[in-house]
Each structure stands twice: as C-alpha cells, then as structure tokens.
Write a protein that binds this ligand. Structure first.
Ligand SMILES: [Zn+2]
Length: 64
C-alpha cells in the first residue's frame, strides 16, 4: 500500500501511523486538512457578509 502523502510504499503491519508511512506524513495531512477547513470557513464568512446586505426586503417589496 501507499502513503497518501508521500506515495511511498509502506507496510501496514505494525505501523502506528497508518494510513501514513510515518508521524511526519500524518502531521502533514492534518495540517492540510486544517488549512482547507480554515479556507472554507473564511469563504463562508465572506459570503455571509454579502448576503446579509442582500436584497431580502427588496424581494419582498417586489411581490407586493
Ligand atoms: Zn508518507
């Protein structure tokens, strides 16, 4: 099997860092995951701000 980070072929048996080849790759993956999550949250935050000023009352007035 291959480590998802460095693509190095590793043996799974007796490996405490599965599915990664080492603790280092495990940390790299965690780091990537946190960075991605942070980026998603930041994007949502920005989008939220623009919708808050969006035409919520405007649409209502159009229907009346
Ligand atoms: Zn690795």
């Amino acid at each position: 099997m291959q480590c998802p980070i460095c693509k190095q072929t590793v043996s799974w048996e007796g490996n405490p860092s599965r599915p990664f080849c080492s603790e280092r790759c495990k940390l790299i993956d965690l780091d990537n995951w946190l960075e991605e999550r942070y980026r998603v949250l930041a994007t949502i935050d920005v989008a939220d701000e623009s919708t808050e000023q969006g035409p919520t009352t405007d649409t209502k007035g159009e229907r009346d």
